[in-house]
Design a protein around this ligand. Sequence first.
Ligand code: ADP
Length: 436
Amino acid sequence: MNPKFNLLTEEASDARDLRNTLLIGALTILVFGIMLLGTESGTGVLEIPTLETSLIALLAAFVTAGGLIALRLGRPARPTAWAALLGYTLVVTLMVHFTGGPLTPVPALYLLVVVAASFLLGKNGATLIAVLSAFCYALILFLEYSELLSMVLIWRQEFNPRERGVLLVINWLAVAVPALFTAQLAGTLAERLKTTNAHLRQSEQMRENMTEMIVHDLRNPLTSMIGGLEILRMTLGEQLDVERTNLLDNARRSGQLLLGMVEEMLTVSKMEAEAFKLNLEPLDLHALIAECAEPMRMLAEMEDLAIELELGENVGVVRCDRKLVSRVVTNLLSNALKYTPAGGNIRVTLGRAGGLVTVCVADNGIGIPVENQERIFDKFGVSTPDDRHGRRGTGLGLAFCRMAVEIHGGRIWVESAVGEGSSFFFTLPVDGPAGE
Ligand code: ADP
């Protein structure tokens, strides 16, 4: 719903990274399970006990499910990540022992855990997990070497104890050193990404606050300027010649246009911050559309355009915010006026299907190329830079319309062909937004 680019908060991005890690964990368990099922136990080079490995897979699944449930319950991501990663380190260590570690690629799974730790816990956390992994692997190798733990794997070649010891140390180094390096490299990278994200979030917040401040402060002087012009027009009405009266009217109209834009910007920024409160009331859309179209008729006539209302039978009352919906209809109508050449036709239709009403504002104007039909609903998204008077649009009107419709639980879209015209549709749920 929010069209601005999506900068996650630190907690949200930690939770997302953890969720991805847990899903990778689940996938790894699945692949492992399938591989083990395909192993002919006891006949090949490896002798893998299925009971123990099944129990370990169960433990891994428990860690994954525990993490996902904790996230669902809204537990903070960092402690959950610590618990999950320590759980996975234990799972990998048990797997290494029961699948015959040094002869299989299973110890590489330690690296996967360290990479995940870099993104979830930062460089220091990842280094700690790497050291713990190296320690656990060393412990397992030592216990197996000294026969305190029986080796599941039967090495085919008969090494003497010294040779076997050297091989185990080399094997351990091949896991421990990359794990530590990975922790440093991936940890630094993850921390840089997080800092950049935080800076971006901060500047986006500052930009939003500034816009809101400027827009808010513009409203009061504009209102008093328009009020002043109205009083001037009323008091000097008789004494002014036509030219001066027109000048005054023009200034007042431009002021009102500016005020409308300022209010639109303020509403857009409030809706983006989710601080906008809908003022819902049962409304007769029929009457509301007719009310919005009335002031447009005069403008349309001046431009040699016709506005037709084909509102069909009454659709009954709709629970919606009068100010927002009026502005959506007015924006669509004023766009149709702006982008339709003289002699054109603008048609507004209204219909109801089940719990939804659909309003359509159609024109036979310049149309919008297919590649721009999505973009025009974004903030500052314009298709044709200038309207038929050569005036440059702000690209805010349709962004406002989309937010205003979506906040009601409706949808807005356009069907258009260049040179043939555009039809803007929007829907509104008759009973207002769900959950209100
Ligand atoms: P603005 O009209 O101020 O630029 P909008 O957000 O209302 O801002 O519209 C965005 C763009 O969509 C316009 O610049 C124009 O290119 C295009 N557009 C909107 N309505 C129409 C229409 N009825 N016909 C053709 N183009 C349109």
